[in-house]
Design a protein around this ligand. Structure first.
Ligand code: GLY
Length: 407
């Protein structure tokens, strides 16, 4: 009896030590910080417009040497235009601040044209699901729903049945010598699933599954690291080669590409509950986790020979943190704890003095790398890093809130 009581006491102790360790990272504090930076950005955008905001201009990046946002017009070519509206919706979700909601509505409206024009490329999911997807989730406004449904149909026009995947970059068929599908495209499948389940054509889900299955088969090396681009024969659909576009080399593990894969196959499991995806995503995540530096923020490419003097990619860390928090809810016991602890460690690092912009800039984070081979956005603040950072913080807070209710 005495032994039993002792063991029970020890168990409780271990449990509370674990909870205290996790509590050392304060998601709410980080979310409060994000809210402050959102207000700073809005002020900056207002000042830049002489007192009025141009809602068609979206914050995109802040170079290492600068301290104000470089904004880009919301056009069909600007793949990042949905992240800033998405950040505003997440900030509204956290704060309930109606003034932020009004700003979110106005920036979101600037993307409606995407549902009314032919597809430029696969990025429609990033553009419309981060903005309108969150808008509808939080408001149930039927106008938002229609934009999402129409955009999903537009994205589906890029699906090529002979290959079985979406043609990610129609403009680059000649450049790559065939039908190209990029790993980033995995993120845009969520839009198709959502539409299929919410009044759109159910066939959209079949397209997403076909795309994910073919990608699973050809887009990864035997060690589960991914190519950035898979090139397929346009007519036969045969896999021709795996190459890079934004990574160090054709055979290297480009950090954000692997991050998109982890996020994308976690969504595949959520949407289908097919155990093949769950099994697969764990392998894809594990090879990434095994090779991380100590602070869990990857170098921009895991195989850059310049490491440890190569730039980091905080955006990949934010994407993976968010994905692992969801993956931790699909896995059991030790695995679940492992993914959750890794995600918390990523968020801890990203929330440290080293990675948060704090007073220096209005962005949330520093040290992301966009397109190193093109010499673009190296060691910069980039809007999608901020988007996945606030998403991950909210996911962690929701997990903690749910656990507190049940404890
Ligand atoms: N989707 C492009 C990138 O990840 O940079």
């Amino acid at each position: 009896m005495k032994t039993k009581t002792l063991l029970a006491g020890l168990g409780l102790c271990l449990l509370s030590a674990c909870t205290t360790a996790e509590k050392e990272f304060d998601a709410e504090r980080a979310l409060d910080y994000c809210d402050k930076q959102v207000h700073r950005t809005l002020e900056e955008l207002k000042e830049a417009g002489g007192g009025t905001i141009d809602y068609t201009m979206m914050p995109r990046n802040i170079a290492d040497s600068l301290n104000t946002w470089h904004c880009r017009k919301a056009t069909k070519e600007e793949w990042c235009a949905g992240f800033w509206p998405g950040i505003l919706w997440y900030d509204y979700e956290y704060t309930g601040d109606e003034a932020i909601r009004r700003e979110a509505e106005k920036f979101t409206a600037s993307l409606k044209f995407l549902s009314e024009t032919p597809a430029f490329d696969h990025d429609l999911g990033f553009l419309v699901f981060c903005s309108y997807g969150n808008a509808y989730r939080l408001t149930n406004n039927p106008e938002y729903k229609q934009v999402i449904l129409d955009t999903a149909d537009t994205l589906a026009t890029l699906f090529r049945p002979r290959v079985g995947t979406i043609l990610s970059w129609p403009r680059n068929v000649e450049l790559f010598g065939g039908h190209n599908t990029i790993m980033d495209n995995m993120i845009n499948l969520e839009l198709l699933f959502w539409a299929a389940k919410n009044g759109g054509n159910p066939y959209l889900a079949d397209l997403a599954i076909s795309h994910a299955d073919k990608t699973m088969k050809y887009h990864f090396r035997p060690d589960y690291t991914s190519y950035h681009v898979a090139v397929y024969d346009t007519l036969t659909g045969d896999f021709l080669r795996g190459v890079t576009h934004q990574g160090y080399a054709d055979n290297s593990m480009w950090a954000r590409g692997q991050a998109w894969a982890i996020y994308g196959y976690t969504v595949m499991y959520r949407e289908t509950k097919d155990p093949r995806y769950l099994e697969f995503v764990q392998r894809v995540a594990d090879v990434y986790l095994e090779r991380l530096p100590e602070d869990y923020v990857p170098y921009w490419d895991f195989d850059d020979p310049a490491i440890p003097d190569a730039p980091r990619d905080a955006s990949a860390a934010a994407v993976v943190a968010s994905a692992l928090l969801e993956l931790s809810t699909f896995t059991q016991e030790e695995r679940s704890k492992h993914y959750r602890a890794a995600a918390v460690k990523m968020l801890e690092s990203l929330s440290s003095e080293q990675y948060q912009s704090r007073k220096s800039k209005p962005s949330f984070l520093l040290h992301s790398t966009g397109h190193k081979p093109a010499g673009s956005e190296i060691d910069a603040s980039i809007i999608y890093a901020d988007y996945y950072y606030i998403e991950a913080l909210l996911r962690l807070k929701k997990l903690e809130d749910a656990e507190n209710v049940h404890s």
